[in-house]
Design a protein around this ligand. Structure first.
Ligand SMILES: NC(=O)c1ccc[n+]([C@@H]2O[C@H](COP(=O)([O-])OP(=O)(O)OC[C@H]3O[C@@H](n4cnc5c(N)ncnc54)[C@H](OP(=O)(O)O)[C@@H]3O)[C@@H](O)[C@H]2O)c1
Length: 322
């Protein structure tokens, strides 16, 4: 069996359920020896769930991560950063996500969907980026997104069928809608992904050490994503909608994410959007708006109290000066 350092290190958030659990099973079944860190809220439940599925050539570790608490995110990243010998991260899969039925504030004072689906991922990447760049040039960040970040998809909400990110209503004080806030959080994630890719590309594509891929797994109604919905919605999703030809099973959705994370076909491709058929596709027109990407990058950094210029996390002193 390979030692820890010979393995590709994968961090997978939300690995205990739905698509994340399917991604885990698919990685475990590969020949490549991985060290997979499962970043989850419930360690015991995850231990029980993975007990009999880890083959002898794979190494799995479970660490606590609650994205609705920036303190928890910080202790998670600290436990990675403090390891000796240092852990170099090869693949960071930011899969965990939530839809909140009612307006909920996190302990950090943010609306929960926006924090869990977007802000907490920004801080995870910020903290772990040096460990990803050191593992380059083949390291990757996978942002698990949704076609719902695009206008015209999904149900109409409050007369709008498009995500509208409103800086004045990030905390839902003017209006809250579960689907709209979910869609906005996913749009924020696409803006973030493209802006980050541009930063990583600053010295030219050949010098890029980390790839950023935004992935749409497709509509998989039988995961736990709608767990806070009413009983009728849940039954409808699980027993009626799941038969519709446009829906996917969790293993099919998980396969899109694991394809993005490990397929050699996508080697050195970055700043791309992978659709539910594993094809490189366009995200929403709005998501390519560079002014908006910059605005939401700055806003996210401000809200998190971190610097806007991440050059020092990506490039060494020599590279910055040249
Ligand atoms: N299902 C779909 O149709 C679909 C379509 C497009 C995109 N997606 C995206 O796919 C990803 C996975 O969703 P899913 O469908 O697999 O739903 P799921 O079964 O509900 O899984 C969500 C995962 O996120 C974790 N999570 C939620 N809140 C968290 C927090 N505060 N801290 C840490 N982890 C947290 C959950 O952990 P707990 O079990 O502890 O709650 C769970 O492991 C999400 O990003 C979702 O937006 C899903």
């Amino acid at each position: 069996m390979s030692g820890v350092s010979e393995r590709k290190l994968v961090i997978l958030t939300g690995a205990n359920s739905g698509l994340g659990f399917e991604v885990l099973k698919q990685l475990l079944n590969q020949q490549t020896p991985y060290h997979i860190i499962l970043a989850v809220r419930n360690i015991h439940q995850t231990e029980v769930k993975i007990k009999s599925i880890v083959p002898s050539h794979q190494l799995v570790e479970i660490l606590k991560l609650d994205l609705s608490s920036l303190t928890s995110v910080k202790s998670f990243t600290q436990s990675i950063l403090s390891r000796k010998p240092p852990l170099h991260v090869n693949i960071l899969i930011l899969n965990a996500g939530v839809v909140k039925a009612t307006l909920t504030e996190t302990e950090d004072g943010f609306e929960q969907t926006f924090q869990v689906n977007h802000l907490a991922n920004v801080i995870l990447v910020y903290e772990l980026l040096p460990r990803l760049t050191e593992s380059g040039p083949d390291s990757k960040i996978i942002l698990v997104n949704s076609s719902l970040h695009k206008p015209g998809t999904g149900a109409k909400e409050h007369g709008e069928n498009r995500p509208i990110m409103d800086i004045e209503n990030l905390n839902g004080s003017k209006m809250y809608s579960p689907l709209l806030f979910y869609r906005n959080s996913k749009l924020a994630q696409v803006f973030f992904g493209y802006y980050l890719d541009k930063l990583l590309n600053k010295k030219g594509e050949k010098e890029r050490k980390v790839d950023v891929l935004i992935v749409e797994p497709g509509f998989c109604p039988t995961t736990e994503l709608a767990r806070e919905s009413g009983i009728f919605t849940k039954l409808f999703l699980k027993y009626i909608l799941s038969w519709a030809p446009f829906t996917k099973t969790p293993d099919q959705g998980g396969a899109v994410i694991s394809y993005a994370a490990t397929s050699p076909e996508l080697k050195n491709k970055s700043g791309i959007y992978i659709n539910k058929s594993c094809q490189i596709d366009r995200s929403s027109d709005e998501s390519y708006d560079e002014e908006k990407q910059t605005f939401w990058w700055k806003t996210s950094c401000d809200l998190l109290g971190i610097e806007e210029d991440w050059s020092g996390l990506i490039f060494n002193q020599n590279e910055i000066l040249n």
